[in-house]
Design a protein around this ligand. Sequence first.
Ligand code: ADP
Ligand code: MG
Ligand code: MG
Length: 910
Amino acid sequence: MTEKMWVYKFEELDAAERYVGGKWDDIRGLFGGKGANLAEMIRIGVPVPPGFTVTTEACNGYLHAGGVFPGQMWEQVLEALKGVEQKTGKKFGDATCPLLVSCRSGAKFSMPGMMDTVLNIGLNDTTAAGMVELTGDARFVYDAYRRLIQMFGSVVMGIPDEKFEEVISAARLKAGVEHDTQLSAEHWLEMTQKFKTIFRSHTQVDFPQDPVEQLHMATEAVFKSWNGKRAIDYRNAANIAHDLGTAVNVQTMVFGNMGDDCATGVAMTRHGSNGEPGLEGDFLINAQGEDVVAGIRMTEDILEMSKSFPEAFKELEQIADKLEKHYHEMQDMEFTVEKGKLWMLQTRDGKRTAQAAVRIAVDMANEGLITKQGAVTRISPEQIDFFLHPQFAPQSLELARSEGRMVARGLNVSPGAASGFVVFTADLAESWSKEDGKKVIMVRPETKPDDVHGMLAAEGVLTSRGGRTSHAALVARQFGKPAVVGVQELEIDLIRREMQVGEELIREGDVISIDGNTGEVFLGELLKMIPDIKDPWLIDLLSWADEFRTLGVWANADYPDDAARAREYGAQGIGLCRSEHMFFETERLPLFQKMIMADLAVDQRDALNELLQFQREDFAGLFRVMDGLPVIVRLIDPPLHEFLPDFVELMLELSDMKLRIRDTATLSQIDELLGQIRVKERIRERAEKLREQNPMLGMRGVRLGIHIPDLTKMQVRAIFEAACQVTREGCTVLPKIMIPLVAHANELRVQRDSLEKEARLVMEEQQIEIEYKFGTMIELPRAALTADQIAEYAEFFSYGTNDLTQTTYGISRDDAESGFLVEYVHKGILPENPFATLDADGVGQLMAIGIKKGRKVRPDLECGICGEHGGDPQSIDLCHGMGLSYVSCSPFRVPIARLAAAHAALKDKS
Ligand code: ADP
Ligand code: MG
Ligand code: MG
């Protein structure tokens, strides 16, 4: 029986492959990423200093046994070391031609700086003297020797590194020099002695002179560092399993610090910040590896290396190319040049920004390194989101956090970064921004429809209440405004115009910053960077995504500007135009209120007629922009009281006005005031009448359309008059009328009957045939369950998953999201917020039933989704699986949805 291999020479990759069954992922598991890539580089002929890897299995064996090397591991290490001696012609511990090695940690997943590495193992008093003979460079040798004592001391023995650094600083001071490199051989020799003393005084033993003992202790230290606090914390944060273990890579030392014909550096095969082709990195002449990262000396740009080391630089470029061709990924490499000869010490997939990731994926596909499909799968939806909003520069974020300027955190409901002056009312937001050109952040406890003009004028929105689908969140996302909502630590005092956050008192006019990606709130301003949605690589990538996806991507847009943006971002239709949004605008709200308040039918008709003029123009604008693409207009949905002032506010105003009468001098003024009071009283009475216990389940949607038939008739007239007008202008108009909140098929039948009559009437008047459809929203469980009956009267379904989730769960989202829902998710009672990600088991099941039943009656039934979920990648995947025709989301999420839909289709295919 052959013995178990705990140790593999770098060139024994084949044996390891046989052992794990050939999978690269398992090789990385066994060798760690660093070891696997070192072995792989050797296999493809890249110059790597000889060495071997002690496996993660050995590490786990050691840790399980409570600190004993397993089986024949150590014997195998010594055997492998002999192999390295033969390869290099050097001998470990030999006085004339000593072999030095590094002992490097390396786990399956990169854990930068979390575990330990010791360099220059094998140096002792004798070998150091031998190396001075050999190299004639005492300065180099004693610098290397003190580094060994220092690293070994701190890493293996736990001596605080400052103890050593203090000595170096003192030496620099005494010698009157600024940099370590200016210190002489004598200095380093002297410090080596001092380091030995430090070592002894801290550990009560001498620095081990036996190289084998050094290696033994260093190997143990690397194994143990797997369970160091740093490493454990990092794994918890990065979601890496704790039972993987680290490998140990023992590798022949090469020296970048033997003179000016030596160097060391790190380089990426392409730019990590923007993805440009060509090497990006730093190097240092006459230095050892860790100096580059440590920032002791100013590094030089890697491109400078073409001047100082033309040969080595050319080779580095060729290796970069070779590695990319081999790994099909951008690489992050460590290298050292020893006496002009280039050695590679590490390679791994390079970290990059979202912008760089997109460019690199597209470039690599164009270069034939990967397929288009590979490029599309490689990019995540979050990376696309990056392009759509200004972001805080990462350094600026770090700085602000470290300075303690991050004062609160809420829900990150609309991405992007914003800084500006705090304002507490919509009107002030508008006037400061429009008249004074100031950037403002609108801060409210929560927002209402009549705050929208302020939100539009603001850079960003911050609220102390509300959840992911609160008014503030929805509107902010709709308009691409960064927003943070539900920041419970904010105590807003609207009267004094200030807010308290912990210790901080923030007044109106103070500057704050909000990060809609993280939900953080900062004092003061942060630096921003603006990514570009017109990025040519992004455009290519998304067009490839379009080739793969089968799900349509539409947008929710109420105004022509939004529709135009949606179209620019690639939307194939409008899946939801909320027709009542227009009623909230300044000139129209009074008209709408007049309509609600009218006691006489004729007054109501007058008001509706005036509204008709406005609505027709609204729809005409939308149809023009969407020329040739379908537009779904949802008829009025919200309960009427939303259009009236708040009941409590009305009461307060009234009592205030009544009090004012006493202080009013002239009779005519009193008369005027009384008149105003009478008007307000009427509004109050009506508002009181319209007050409902559960407005969400009350007089809204189709119920409203049946109750006030002329209202929805007016809307349909406006749609068809606009359609005829725009058709005459030469556009192709494809209107679809959507009736909301249907629970029973009869509701739809009745409403559709009367509305379709109106539509036909308009088309007759106008002498134009419009291609139209009537359909409904499926947003109540009963509708989903009786979808076959409903489909009799509906040519399309659109799942309104916001309401469907509310009514399926019996949860009012606005209340719940800032309340118990957070607790539920936190305690793991719900896996995630069902308003952010579709609840597959419940809501998803209802949707599937609805699709199945609906299509049984009407096989060509078009089914889409227009709830917030339509822009959520995980929900999009579910929608694809259910066989929906399209998803409709906010214009700003259209590019994300295009990619997510492609991912869903590709996943499905494989
Ligand atoms: P980390 O994972 O923290 O980067 P490494 O094991 O890569 O740790 O080693 C730290 C530094 O030492 C790196 O700059 C690396 O290039 C350098 N280094 C490691 N082994 C050798 C070696 N055999 N010869 C020269 N430099 C080395
Ligand atoms: Mg390390
Ligand atoms: Mg490294």
